[in-house]
Design a binder for this molecule. Structure first.
Ligand code: NAD
Ligand code: MG
Length: 387
């Protein structure tokens, strides 16, 4: 039987890896919707090749170019935020959520509301609105599957296990581009240097977030939300080779590690055919050739984002939405050259420290999440302007 699939963020790194997998078995899938933003040529090419019903660009101004690129193909074109939500409401069995940033939240919620299985690469959804995502999934009997490499690893290590036997969850971090830099050089790090990841080939934003560890900070919160593990039981371990993705420690002392090459097609493929495993086109590790895997504790002075994530987890409420929005805005500031690399964490910390506590304690509704997000972006922009 063919499965109806939609891919949100189809033109990005995760989206293209997802397309790579479904293209290998085209008869198994019926593609409903593909979405992108500015890369119209890629979006149209994939939509035509996969014979999608619909292609959507998030950018209103690009509807005409998308229509032109799809002319005569039979693939419908649409643009803008409402079109993205309409696409997410179209019946599908499996939906990939791979838009980058908080923009991925509403399409994901909409897909859950129609009961689709949501493969969640967009970690920002869980950071901003974890309880809302989980409640929505439960209410509509929709399945949520993790696509982050660490969270897929934990998920796999937990198959058949009792959560009460879990003593700790360890997620690994490569340490990113500046792992071994002298601390005093970080202030002079350039955009190009921050955008080069030692092991993973990913979108630019998550690559810079890997260098600052804001990515791992988001993943700490994602771990708490997805698995319901207390923050004190979640650890970050620096592992430069990026082959052990996560470990789960049980109360008999056993540690179950997930080991594999740094290739997102493993986590995507696991979510695509879950609960079955399928043959995936990822490299098989030759451990004898690799010889050694190394580990070290994270350095708090180098990566203040990890401490901030722990404060956010303690604060609860809408602190995650504030944290993520401030982080996204600070990242925009660094990309635009308005902030130095270490100033991103300073901006995020100041937004968290000065944010209206009543709003952080407001109920987790979509409107309140949106409002906290907008206010945090605004606050971060003001701080950046004063730099
Ligand atoms: P990317 O930048 O390569 O792609 C992002 C996609 O989102 C593109 O299709 C882009 O067109 C679309 N997009 C951007 N802004 C948008 C907006 N405002 N509205 C709608 N669509 C928009 O990013 P990526 O590396 O593929 O990451 C996607 C998500 O997956 C992120 O949440 C990231 O944290 C997560 N993730 C990525 C990886 C990875 O290996 N790349 C690993 C784990 C998790
Ligand atoms: Mg990850």
């Amino acid at each position: 039987m063919t499965r109806r699939v939609s891919i949100f963020g189809a033109t990005g790194s995760i989206g293209q890896n997802t397309i790579d997998l479904i293209s290998r078995d085209p008869d198994a899938y019926d593609v409903v919707a593909l979405t992108g933003a500015r890369n119209i040529a890629q979006l149209a090419q994939d939509a035509i090749r996969l014979n999608a019903d619909l292609a959507v660009t998030a950018d209103d101004s690009l509807l005409e170019p998308l229509r032109d690129a799809l002319a005569g193909s039979g693939v419908a074109a649409a643009a803008g935020q409402a079109a993205l939500i309409e696409a997410a409401a179209r019946p599908a069995d499996w939906v990939m959520s791979a838009i980058v940033g908080a923009a991925g939240l509403e399409p994901g919620l909409t897909a859950l509301q129609q009961g689709a299985t949501l493969a969640l690469a967009n970690k920002e959804s869980l950071v901003c609105a974890g309880a809302l995502i989980l409640e929505t999934a439960a209410k509509h009997d929709a399945r949520l599957l993790p696509v982050d490499s660490e969270h897929s690893a934990v998920f796999q290590a937990l198959v058949g296990e009792d959560m009460n036997a879990v003593e700790r969850v360890i997620i690994t971090a490569s340490g990113g581009a500046f792992r071994d830099w002298p601390l005093e050089d970080l202030a002079n790090a350039t955009l190009a240097q921050a955008s080069a990841h030692p092991n993973w080939d990913m979108g630019q934003r998550i690559t810079i977030d890997s260098a600052s560890m804001f990515n791992k900070a988001l993943e700490l919160i994602e771990t708490r939300e997805y698995f319901g593990v207390a923050p004190s039981k979640i650890e970050v371990l620096v592992h430069p080779e990026s082959m052990v993705h996560a470990l789960v420690g049980f109360h008999d002392g056993a540690l179950m590690a997930h080991v594999g090459p740094p290739d997102m097609r493993h986590a995507i493929g696991y979510a695509l055919t879950w609960p079955d495993r399928t043959n995936l086109p990822v490299d098989r590790l030759d451990l004898a050739q690799i010889g050694a895997l190394t580990f070290r504790a994270p350095d708090d002075a180098r990566w203040p984002a990890l401490r901030l994530a722990r404060e956010v987890m303690d604060r609860r409420g809408l602190a995650g939405a504030v944290f993520n929005a401030a982080k996204e805005t600070a990242l925009d500031g660094f990309i635009a050259g308005a902030l130095r690399f270490p100033q991103m964490a300073e901006v995020v910390e100041e937004v968290l420290n000065t944010f209206d506590p009543d709003l952080i304690d407001a109920a987790m509704t979509l409107d309140n999440v949106r409002q906290a997000d907008q206010m945090a972006r605004h606050a971060a922009e003001q701080i950046i302007r004063q730099q």
